[in-house]
Each structure stands twice: as structure tokens, then as C-alpha cells.
Design a protein around this ligand. Structure first.
Ligand code: GUN
Length: 286
């Protein structure tokens, strides 16, 4: 039976202390940290995510600006909107919800966001800094995962970490952070042969693919730390993780549940990054 890494409880704690911090910052500077969230189109999952991001931000006193646009918004129009947000001194942080409609190039849009307002840490300059181990805005989900591990006082140095999934939002940046903590990191993906061989060798197993219960108990090394970022919604709307939690929890030493594991930590880290962008913006103006 493993220790449950409770992201909901930790994020609650983090939010409480951020609420106090935001109150003080507002008192000192007369302005709240402000996050602009841009949503293009009507992807139902994205709509749920952005609304919960805005609501969570507002719950600790941050200002959330939700900017929703029709699916037909053109790339030049979106780039224009971003330019305006870049130039707005009262906007500290910008998040463009991904995925974007296929007629818009995501990379062009990410590169248009001012580096210091890139609350997601997706801008190429932030990505380079992340891999070089320099100070930068760290992507929210990877940052939340590392905070959960840190909170549980899990030392990663010399551990074998296996990342399942090579996406730019979770897999790759988390691999960079695990490397920073001196883990030996393998990234697996759809072309990987004999996935089970890899997962069975993992002291730390990070699952960042949205396939229901891809990882079963026989694929997990006894005593492993298992982090589940997989999210799959079935036809009934029920959410499943990429890990078969009920069985894997009998094998692992530590495990994150879905929901209530990494998800709430992502939102807490978005708030933390928004405050970081605000402090940068305030210091620049003084
Ligand atoms: N879509 C899914 N996760 C994310 C995220 O962390 N940031 C953005 N911008 N879009 C996402």
C-alpha cells in the first residue's frame, strides 16, 4: 500500500499562503497580479480548464481576464491580440490555451508572447533556460509535479526516472526538471519498443499520456514513485488516469491519484507563476 501524493491538499495549503501574499502585494502596489487567459474556439475540455483557472486565480485575489474568441479567429488577429497584451502594463501574465484551431500555428503564437509574460514557460527562450538549468518561468504541470515530490521529501539523485510521453507541455519539461535533480532520465513515446521493459526499471515513473490505464500493476517496479498526468474522459464524462491506480497503489511506494493529484498542483503553480511575472513587471517599472 503506497503513500498517496495528495495534490489537492498541498495546493490548498499553497493557495492559503498565496492569498496572504497577494493581499500584501495589492496593499503595497495598488494593483493585483493580472493573468490574461486567451481561449480560441469551443473545445469543451479547454472551456472547462480555462474557467477553472480563472476561478481559482480570483479565489486568491488575482485578477483573471478571460478572453474568448470564435473558432474563426485568424492567426494575424490572434497575434494582434497578443501584441496588445504584451504592451499592456496592467497585464502581468499571458496564457493562450492549447490546443489552438488547426489553422493557427501554435509555435508562432507561443513565440509572440513576451518572454517575461509567458506564464506557461513555453517560449523558446524559457525552454532553453529550463534545459540549461538556469532561472526561468517553469511550466506549471512539471513545476507542480516537482513540488509534490519535494514536499514528500523524495530524493531523486541517482534514481532512474522513466517519462512516458514526449509532449512539450508535460513530458519534455518534466524530463528536464528530473535531470536537474540528478535523476537518470529516459523518455519513452509511441515508437518505443517494449514499453514494459522501461517502466519496470523505473524508480520514478511519470505517465503523461491520455490513455486510460496504459500502465498496469505488472508494469511497475515494486517501491516505485508513480506520477500520473494522464487524463482520459470517457463517453459518460468520467475522468480516468493513465495509471490503473487501484492495482498500482499496491505495488508503488508513492502514487498520485486522478483526479486530486497533479491537476490541482498545475493550477496552484499557474498562480505562483502569475505572481512571479507580476513581481518582475513591478520591479521593471520601478
Ligand atoms: N493545454 C493543456 N495544458 C495546458 C497548459 O498547461 N497551458 C496551456 N496554455 N494550454 C494547455
Amino acid at each position: 500500500m503506497s503513500v498517496i501524493l495528495d495534490g489537492r491538499a498541498l495546493s490548498y495549503q499553497l493557495k492559503e499562503s498565496m492569498r496572504d501574499k497577494v493581499r500584501t502585494l495589492f496593499f503595497q502596489n495598488g494593483r493585483r497580479p493580472t493573468l490574461a487567459v486567451v481561449l480560441v474556439g469551443n473545445n469543451p475540455d479547454s472551456q472547462i480548464y480555462v474557467r477553472s483557472k480563472i476561478k481559482a486565480c480570483e479565489s486568491i485575489g488575482l485578477e483573471g481576464r478571460l478572453m474568448e474568441y470564435d473558432e474563426s479567429l485568424s492567426e494575424p488577429e490572434l497575434l494582434n491580440i497578443i501584441q496588445r497584451l504584451n504592451g499592456d502594463p496592467e497585464v502581468d501574465a499571458i496564457l493562450v490555451q492549447l490546443p489552438l484551431p488547426t489553422h493557427i500555428c501554435e509555435q508562432t503564437v507561443i513565440e509572440a508572447i513576451a518572454q517575461e509574460k509567458d506564464v506557461d514557460g513555453f517560449h523558446p527562450l524559457n525552454v532553453v533556460s529550463l534545459w540549461q538549468g538556469e532561472k526561468c518561468i517553469v511550466p506549471c504541470t512539471p513545476k507542480g509535479i516537482m513540488r509534490l515530490l519535494q514536499e514528500a521529501k523524495l530524493d531523486l539523485a541517482g534514481k532512474r526516472a522513466v517519462v512516458v510521453g514526449r509532449g512539450n507541455i508535460v513530458g519534455k519539461p518534466t524530463a528536464a526538471l528530473l535531470l536537474r535533480e540528478n535523476a537518470t532520465v529516459t523518455i519513452t513515446h509511441t515508437f518505443t519498443q517494449n514499453l514494459k521493459n522501461h517502466t519496470l526499471s523505473a524508480d520514478v515513473l511519470l505517465v503523461a499520456v491520455g490513455r486510460k490505464h496504459l500502465i498496469t500493476a505488472d508494469m511497475v517496479k515494486p517501491g516505485a514513485i508513480v506520477i500520473d498526468v494522464g487524463l482520459y474522459r470517457d463517453e459518460q464524462g468520467k475522468v480516468w488516469g493513465g495509471v490503473d491506480f487501484e492495482h498500482v497503489k499496491e505495488v508503488a511506494s508513492h502514487i498520485t491519484p486522478v483526479p486530486g493529484g497533479v491537476g490541482p498542483m498545475t493550477i496552484a503553480m499557474l498562480m505562483e507563476n502569475t505572481i512571479e511575472c507580476y513581481l518582475h513587471n513591478i520591479n521593471k517599472q520601478h
